[in-house]
Write a protein that binds this ligand. Structure first.
Ligand code: GLN
Length: 233
């Protein structure tokens, strides 16, 4: 499984979220603490973020198929990337899936950013000729975008019913909110004075981290954090 992280709040640097904490995504790439499947996340990484400097509210993305720990360019530039809405991921490729930058999250429909931590049988998903990669996560992302982000919980529950072995841990950012599902792996939330972090696992040992129960949907917006149980419990 991969590890992912989302931020919604005051503008902060990507480095402060992804590289600097004691158990940041960078550390989780080689030494995750809660990962249930896979030992490390060496098959790529990606960062997406929103900025008033970008045209039409579209996100910027930077993705790679190489381990995040070897990327000196990211280490150099990330302190200068500042945003109030960030989605980042490190990848452990599922056996048989391509290793290429386009298979690294975040995926996008041009507006939202999406990461998938898990596995799904592509045969239960509609054909997606426009998906960014043949990786299961890209096909799933195309399906979720087509169904609409407001239907994320129902879409995950429906795919989970079609593929009972699927693990469907989704994280989405759209510039003004974060949406996430816990379906087969860990998810935690941290409410900070300056914003909210959703992450596959805590990036430090702060006592305010809370675990999200499995098979739940989380929505983070300017008005707060809401938790909804998903069908199939
Ligand atoms: N199945 C996806 C991939 O191959 C995600 C894998 C994961 O969560 N480790 O990239």
């Amino acid at each position: 499984m991969c590890r992912h992280l989302g931020w919604l709040g005051a503008p902060v640097s990507v480095a402060s979220l992804v590289l600097d904490p004691p158990n940041s995504l960078l550390v989780q790439s080689y030494s995750p603490r809660r990962q249930k499947h896979g030992l490390m996340n060496a098959d790529g990484w990606g960062v997406g973020f929103y900025s008033a400097d970008l045209p039409d509210g579209r996100p910027a993305r930077w993705r790679s198929a190489a381990p995040i720990w070897g990327d000196a360019s990211l280490a150099s530039v990330a302190p200068a990337l500042v945003s109030g809405c960030v989605l980042a991921a490190v990848r452990s490729a599922t056996v048989g899936m391509p290793i290429e930058s386009t298979a690294s999250a975040p995926f996008t429909d041009g507006t939202a950013l999406l990461s998938h931590n898990g596995i799904v049988n592509r045969a239960v998903l509609p054909l997606a000729p426009d998906a960014e990669s043949t990786v299961d996560s890209a096909i799933l992302a195309a399906h979720i975008f087509a169904r609409g982000l407001d239907n994320l919980g129902d879409t995950v529950a429906a795919v989970g019913a079609e593929d009972p072995n699927a693990r469907l841990n989704i994280l989405v950012a759209d510039g003004t909110r974060l949406l996430a599902t816990a379906w087969g792996d860990t998810l935690s939330v941290l409410r900070r004075p300056d914003g909210v972090v959703l992450a596959s696992e805590p990036y430090d040992d702060h006592p305010d981290w809370e675990d999200i129960p499995d098979r739940h949907l989380v929505e983070v917006s300017a008005t707060g954090v809401t938790l909804t149980a998903l069908k199939g419990l």
